[in-house]
Write a protein that binds this ligand. Structure first.
Ligand code: ATP
Ligand code: MG
Length: 416
């Protein structure tokens, strides 16, 4: 005897048979519970069940039964554990016609849908494999403050709030803290929210997104950081391709573990490739979304889905990145035409760092606590920030980043 629990998603009566379409607690496949009139006790319970009822069913799976949809379950006991007080506003199994708005508004109900479920199962696995890999490389998981005293570090706007009469800011990234840690614990990672206050109207920006951030000390150069990141991505994709087959299938996605090393293309080469396609960028500016997408197409033709863009102009990068003449020791990692990570070697030399800050127009006094950590033997270091939702979006070919996070925060959405 087996027990299944879940929700009634549909009910049909055909002559002396009631077919109950049951969405199980956690698997991806609906079950059909078949109740026959000759079992009068069960029949009475089944008759009263509503769409959305939460039930507990004892019985056994039947192979080659009479139901045409889903696996069949022959019940010996059905208990309704929760009866809906209103009729359910969406049909979780009927994906067609569900707008993104509805999907998010009723996220908790849509999680009964196999595809939606699969996305969040893969998200959880992705984080698990990221931890596995980074731990195996000797990184320690840390947690740094999200309520911060220093404002924007550059590259993004921050949310401001009142902190006992003082100004505080929500962390746009763990950048400053993970760098400070390099003076004492030179291999750390953090899985963390980023809070960014830009009024984005795009399919790839959230105001609260999640990052996998890593930072390591005693590096020989920026290559050490890129090797870590490509190792991480290739481990995650490799594990997913082996262990999330059902979820990937449900989403119609095929994942191949990518070949290491990833392709590296310089910023200058990118500008040239884009120009050949008629897209001209000013040297020094960050790649626009259009440029990223176009580059994605060009790289795809060459057989690359994942590629590093290296040697960015320093003017396109934040103050903490190490300069190399007019260029910088930085990189972005793009996946199918979308930036999923940024990283680089950091400036660890106190005086150079202060020069960089002044050049970017930052007020050095505001960052005193951070700068202090660079006075006492700060080793050369580097790291990256990898966007969890961006990685999922590219991996699963989602059309909107909001599909990759349970309760997205954007200009319109602060609830649910
Ligand atoms: P973009 O240029 O695409 O706006 P960014 O360069 O400002 O991103 P970084 O500061 O480099 O972002 O952050 C590291 C990573 O975090 C990005 O590569 C991206 O994957 C992710 N990320 C950053 N901002 C957002 C956001 N607003 N929404 C979703 N993901 C984000
Ligand atoms: Mg970036």
């Amino acid at each position: 005897m087996e027990e299944v629990v879940g929700w009634v998603n549909a009910k049909r009566k055909l002559g002396g048979i009631i077919f109950i379409e049951l969405i199980p607690r956690s698997s991806l496949k609906p079950l059909t519970v078949v109740v026959k009139r000759d079992n009068s006790g069960l029949w009475e319970v089944a008759k009263k069940l509503k769409l959305g009822s939460a039930i507990r069913v004892k019985g056994e799976k039947v192979s080659g039964g009479i139901s045409k949809r889903g696996e069949e379950f022959k019940p010996s006991e059905i208990v309704e554990v929760a009866c809906p007080s209103e009729s359910i506003p969406v049909d979780p199994l009927l994906k067609a016609g569900v707008t993104l708005d509805t999907l998010i508004r009723y996220r908790y109900l849509m999680l009964r849908n196999p595809k939606v479920r699969a996305v969040f199962k893969i998200r959880a696995l992705l984080l698990k494999y990221a931890r596995e890999y980074l731990e195996s490389e000797g990184f320690l998981e840390v947690n740094t403050p999200k309520l911060c005293g220093a404002g924007a570090e550059g590259g993004a706007e921050v949310f401001e709030l009142d902190y006992f009469g003082r100004k505080a800011y929500l962390a746009q990234s763990p950048q400053l803290y993970k760098q400070m840690l390099m003076a004492g614990l030179p291999k750390v990672y953090e899985i963390t929210p980023y809070f960014r206050a830009e009024k984005h109207h795009t399919t790839r920006h959230l105001n609260e997104s999640w990052g996998i951030d890593a930072e390591m000390g005693f590096i020989r150069g920026v290559d050490d950081v890129m090797r870590l990141l490509e190792g991480l991505i290739s481990y995650i994709l490799g594990e997913l391709s082996k262990k999330a087959k059902e979820e990937l299938n449900a989403l119609g996605v095929e994942v191949e573990p990518p070949v290491i090393p990833f392709k590296r293309v310089t910023y200058d080469e990118v500008l040239k490739l884009l120009k050949e396609e008629g897209l001209v960028l000013r040297w020094g500016e960050d790649l626009t979304h259009e440029a990223e997408r176009k580059l994605g197409e060009i790289m795809k033709e060459k057989g690359y889905e994942l590629y590093f863009i290296i040697n960015y102009p320093w003017e396109a990068k934040p103050f903490y990145i190490m300069k190399e003449g007019r260029l910088s020791k930085s990189f972005d990692l793009d996946y199918k035409g979308l930036e999923i990570a940024s990283g680089g070697q950091r400036e660890h030399r106190f005086n150079e760092l202060i020069k960089n800050m002044r050049e970017k127009g930052l007020n050095v006094e505001d960052f005193g606590f951070y700068l202090e950590a660079f006075k006492y033997g700060m080793p050369p270091h580097g790291g990256f920030g990898l966007g969890v939702e961006r990685l999922l979006m590219s991996l699963l070919n989602l059309s909107n980043v909001r599909e990759a996070i349970l309760f997205p925060r954007d200009i319109q959405r602060l609830i649910p």
